[in-house]
Design a protein around this ligand. Structure first.
Ligand SMILES: Cc1ncc(COP(=O)(O)O)c(C=O)c1O
Length: 400
């Protein structure tokens, strides 16, 4: 008997999990990338807030080549001095006390969730609960998708992990209500600026209110800076604009400029929660990823990229505001530094292809929000070019 014919798919070996554009990139330089047909694009996406230093950065490339030639991986059975080096630097720029390394954002968030639960168990709370947010995105593992506040991400993957209480963003009274009613809460977990949820910033006074509440309740304040951290907003971490310090801060994306890396950075209240055997991962903290992190932070400092991201981000959002002022259908332009969302009054996924046709890469998130998260090396001229390309596309789209 012959097996039933399985219908052919265009790329039969790669699972069909991404809605991709029919574009394959071959190389890049700075904020430009080229595809297999030789077409050039301006990179307004930065690999989704990953390529901090752009492409083929002249200081990063030789450093990574040097590391590849020395030691890529050695396992956590041995000491990895580069882990110490990167952890020390992360502590210096965050005011925190120690770091655990992994390879992705969801892993950093898993570590944060485990820290929060163990923090609860250590103080006698047997069924710890964590406050999470509507429209949040924390990753696609079973625990992080349970913490995520997007039913589309969760659909089909139940039963979800229990132990989460969900609240709306920027509503301190909602969190205070939970504090009064739920003695099992151990932590508040949120993105300082929601990325996938549509570029929604937590207000400074809200973060300050949360910090005070966490201190009062003996909860951990856990700020997911996977997307908005590493200089994107013009400070090392987005929460630094509010003058607060978290207890736990997951990082990933931009920390390695494209080399997979994740970290969960802990303050004094969280740094001793894990002991030997409590957590670990094979690739986490390997020498190549650590070198990428060390060099990324070094080059950012050397090249003044924090001030640059703030200035060029202001120029970009100013240009977009000017170009889209009074256009019916533009709800809001928001964000900070080089993390910018343009919310429209209707789903606008088609803008992805239209922008690509015009030589600009960007993303559309939460159905209606055009998101720009370019490399931090974006020049003023390139920012102006994004405005010149994008404004007419948005105007035409909304006029249709
Ligand atoms: C805020 C935030 N947290 C976590 C993640 C998950 O990171 P990763 O895709 O590296 O697992 C993302 C990814 O978009 C994110 O934006």
């Amino acid at each position: 008997m012959t097996a039933p014919q399985v219908p052919a798919r265009p790329m039969p070996h790669v699972l069909n999990t991404y809605g991709r554009l029919p574009i394959a990139l071959t190389h890049g330089q700075g904020c430009r990338v080229w595809d297999t047909h030789g077409k050039r694009y301006l990179d307004g996406l930065g690999g989704i807030a990953v390529n901090t230093l752009g492409h083929a950065h002249p200081k990063l490339v030789p450093a990574l080549q040097d590391q590849v030639a020395r030691l890529i991986h050695c396992s956590n059975y041995y000491e990895v001095p580069l882990q110490e080096q990167l952890a020390a630097r992360l502590c210096e720029i965050s005011g925190l006390s120690g770091a655990f390394f992994c390879s992705t954002g969801l892993e950093a968030n898993e570590a944060a969730l485990k820290l929060a639960r163990k923090f609860g168990h250590d103080k006698g709370i047997e069924r710890p609960e964590i406050i999470v947010y509507e429209k949040a995105f924390h990753g696609r593992s079973i625990a992080t998708l349970s913490a995520t506040g997007n039913p589309k991400v969760q659909a089909g993957f139940g039963p979800l992990v229990e132990g989460f209480v969900r609240v709306p963003l920027n509503d301190l009274a909602a969190v205070e209500r939970v504090a009064r009613e739920n003695p099992n809460v151990v932590a508040v977990f949120l993105e300082t600026i929601q990325g996938e949820g549509g570029v929604n910033p937590a207000r400074a006074d809200y973060l300050q209110g949360l910090r005070a509440l966490c201190d009062r309740q003996d909860w951990l304040l856990m700020l997911d800076e996977v997307q908005c951290g590493i200089g994107r907003t013009g400070k090392w971490f987005a929460h630094q604009w509010a003058g607060v310090v978290p207890d736990v801060m997951p990082l990933a994306k931009g920390l390695g400029s494209g080399v997979p890396i994740g970290a969960v950075v802990c303050g004094p209240k969280a740094v001793d929660i894990f002991g030997p055997g409590n957590h670990g991962t094979t690739f986490g903290g390997n020498p190549l990823a650590m070198r990428a992190g060390v060099e990324t932070l070094r080059i950012m400092e050397e090249d003044g990229l924090l001030a640059h991201a703030a200035a060029v981000g202001a120029r970009l959002s100013g240009g977009l505001r000017h170009g889209l002022e009074g256009v019916a259908g533009v709800v809001e332009i928001r964000g900070a530094g080089l993390m910018i969302g343009i919310e429209l009054d209707r789903p606008c996924g088609v803008i992805l292809q239209r922008a690509a046709d015009a030589g600009l890469m960007l993303s559309v998130t939460a159905d209606r929000v055009i998101r720009l998260v370019p490399p931090l090396v974006l020049s003023a001229d390139e920012a102006d070019e994004i405005v010149q390309i994008l404004v007419p596309i948005v105007r035409d789209f909304l006029a249709a």
